[in-house]
Design a protein around this ligand. Sequence first.
Ligand code: GLU
Length: 307
Amino acid sequence: MKLRRTAALAVAALALTATATACGGKEGSAGDKPATQPGGADAPPLPTYTVAKDVKLDSPTLKAAQQRGKLVIGSKADQPFLGFEDQATKKRSGFDIEIAKMLAADLGFSDSQIEWKTVDSGVRETAISKGQVDMYVGTYTINDNRKQQVGFAGPYYKAGADLLVRIDEKDINGKDSVKGKKVCSIVGSTPLKEIKKPEYGAEVVELAKYSDCVKQLIDKQVDAVTTDDAILKGYAAQNKKNLKVVGKPFTQEPYGVGLNKDDKELREALNKALETRIKDGTYQKIYAATLGLSGAPYQEPPAIERY
Ligand code: GLU
C-alpha cells in the first residue's frame, strides 16, 4: 500500500495499524515508509504472560476486581507505540498496554479479564480516585502534586518533554526557540504546565488529545507540539515525511502506574512485579516489541522508588 502523503493522509497514517502497515511488506526502513508496528509481521514477538494463580492481597482494589472477575485498566488510545487503540479492530497495542497486561497477569488476570478504559490526561486523577479504573498505565508522570490524589508504582520508564515540529522547520530547535511560536499541548499534562511558564514566551494552544495537536501541526495551525519525547517519537515515526522530533528533552517525566492513593498493598505488589519482570527480561522484550520500534533508544529501566 503506497500512500501519497498529503497532510490529510498523514493524519490518517496515525491510525495505521499493525495489520494495515503489514500490507506494505518490508516496513520500518528509512525514508517515508511507516515504522514497523507492534505485533507487525517483522516486529520482534510480544512476550506471553503467565497468569498468576490464587493471588491473595489485602488490597480493596484487587478484592473488588477479583469479585467482578475483571481488572479495569485505564490507558491512552491515541499514542502509537505506547497506548494505541485500532479503531477498526478495537485492539490495543504499545509499551504501556503490554506493561499493563504483564502486571495484570501477575495479579491473576488474563488478557480476556481486562476491561480497558480510555482515559485522557486531564481526567486521570478523577478516574483513579473515584474508582472508575483499578489502575492506570498511560505515560503518567509521577510527581508530588499528583501524589496528593493518587498512588504510583514505579517508575518503569523515564521520558522527558521535547518538541515535535514539521520536517521543514528551521527556527524551532529547542526550548529556547519557542518565543512567539504557537505550541500545542494537552490539558492536565505536565509538559503543558511547563510550556506555559512565562520564560518560554510561547503562545500556548491547549487541546484534549495529543492526536488533535498533531493534526493541527500538520495543518499548520500550530508550530510545534510539546510533550514527552517517547510520545512524540511515535507520532514522528508514523509521519516520517512530515514531522520530526527536535531531540533535546528539557524536563524529567518518570512514568508510574497510577492507582488508589491508599491502596499500599496493591502499590507494593505492582512494584514487586515490575522489579521481577525487569530482572527476568520480560520488560526488555516488551520494549523491543513496542516503543523500541518508534526509534526511542533503549534505556536501562529506572530503580523503583518506594514511598
Ligand atoms: N507524562 C506527561 C504527563 O503525565 C505527559 C504525557 C501525558 O499527558 O500523558 O502529564
